[in-house]
Design a protein around this ligand. Structure first.
Ligand SMILES: Nc1ncnc2c1ncn2[C@@H]1O[C@H](COP(=O)(O)OP(=O)(O)OP(=O)(O)O)[C@@H](O)[C@H]1O
Length: 320
């Protein structure tokens, strides 16, 4: 028996990752499918997010992000498949949802309440409420308790909504577009205060966003949803390590592209740039070609432009 129960399945150059196998996943979906009348909002989504991660759920409009998050917190029921939170099936046991806080796209605040009244409301509804944490956060943010929610700026409202969610002391915090409608400074402030809360509470966070650059440097796990399907799920550092941008003569681009999975391929008359997935089994480079690392944004955009390309974990083998 090895101490690390993760079994690495690298070796064939496919660049696919083994899923970590320690403890129950914070969030796990199996064949998750949701159909609204004629629309398949989500199709056969299987993924697993380890506990303690900060997960970026990205995808274009209509990709199924909100549907996935609503299924994960039991607000809607799947057409097929299932979701588990810390090993407990969502929808069958209240225990799963007691550990979850959900921040919906339209922030769940009451404009007519003062901030203090909002805290009292949160306290009343949540047995695990941490009032000291809520008040400390709001004091640090200089948000007055006697101000009506409707009179706060958009950024302050987002901070109050985040504070209410964090004060529930969830093990899993799920947020649907928490940065939508915020200016760049407010987006940065909300992410910074989210990271402070994560450092303090060690909760797992899943947040959706359109703006990948907002998530870069703060999230450590990436899920890309596209057209209702999971295209990418994995540790961001591992994903970045496993992808390279290759540049070289267009004349030998076909030969290079045949060697490894190409996620994006852009060519001019003389030059070619290939974003590829490499792996330990990948062949060494042709000296006429140069390679560089990719940014998270480049990686996400490349996959979104190639809906048929995937980078998903293989099943982890435990106990061997
Ligand atoms: N209640 C509903 N009834 C019918 N169709 C729906 C419903 N909710 C979502 N859909 C459809 O399901 C698909 C996925 O929608 P969803 O809102 O989950 O995507 P999204 O990635 O969150 O999009 P956005 O980034 O625009 O918020 C879309 O085609 C949408 O029109």
């Amino acid at each position: 028996m090895t101490a690390d129960r993760t079994v690495r399945l690298f070796g064939d150059g496919s660049g696919e990752f083994a899923a970590p196998a320690q403890g129950p996943a914070a969030l796990e979906s199996t064949g998750l499918t949701k159909r609204y009348r004629g629309t398949w909002a989500l199709r056969d989504c299987s993924l697993s997010v380890p506990a303690g991660r900060v997960v970026a759920l990205v995808g274009p409009n209509g990709a199924g992000k909100s549907t996935f998050l609503h299924l994960a917190v039991g607000l809607i029921t799947p057409t097929r498949g299932s979701v588990r939170v810390f090993g407990e099936p969502v929808g069958q046991r209240a225990a799963a949802l007691a550990r979850v806080a959900f921040l919906a796209q339209d922030k769940p605040l009451y404009d007519g309440f003062t901030v203090a009244e909002m805290l009292r409301f949160g306290h009343h509804l949540n047995p695990g409420w941490d009032d000291a944490l809520a008040r400390q956060r709001l004091a640090e943010l200089n948000i007055p308790l006697n101000r009506r929610i409707g009179k706060l700026s958009g950024g302050q409202q987002a901070q109050v909504a985040l504070t209410v969610a964090v004060a529930k002391r969830p093990d899993l915090l799920v947020m649907d577009e928490p940065l939508a409608n915020l200016d760049p400074v407010a987006r940065h402030d909300v992410m910074r205060s989210l990271m402070a809360a994560v450092a303090e509470t060690r909760m797992t966070v899943v947040l959706s966003s359109h703006v990948v650059s907002d998530l870069d440097g703060t999230c450590d796990w990436l899920v890309v949803l596209n057209r209702g399907q999971v295209q990418v799920s994995g540790d961001i550092d591992e994903l970045l390590t496993a992808h390279r941008m290759l540049s070289g003569p267009a004349g030998s681009a076909d030969a290079m592209a045949a060697r490894m999975p190409v996620i994006s391929d852009s060519r001019s008359e003389r030059q070619a740039a290939l974003l590829v997935r490499t792996g330990p089994g990948a062949p060494s480079h042709d000296p006429r070609w140069s390679a560089r690392g990719v940014s998270l944004e480049e990686l996400v955009l490349a996959y979104l432009r190639r809906p048929d390309a995937t980078s998903l974990p293989r099943p982890a083998l435990t106990g061997y």
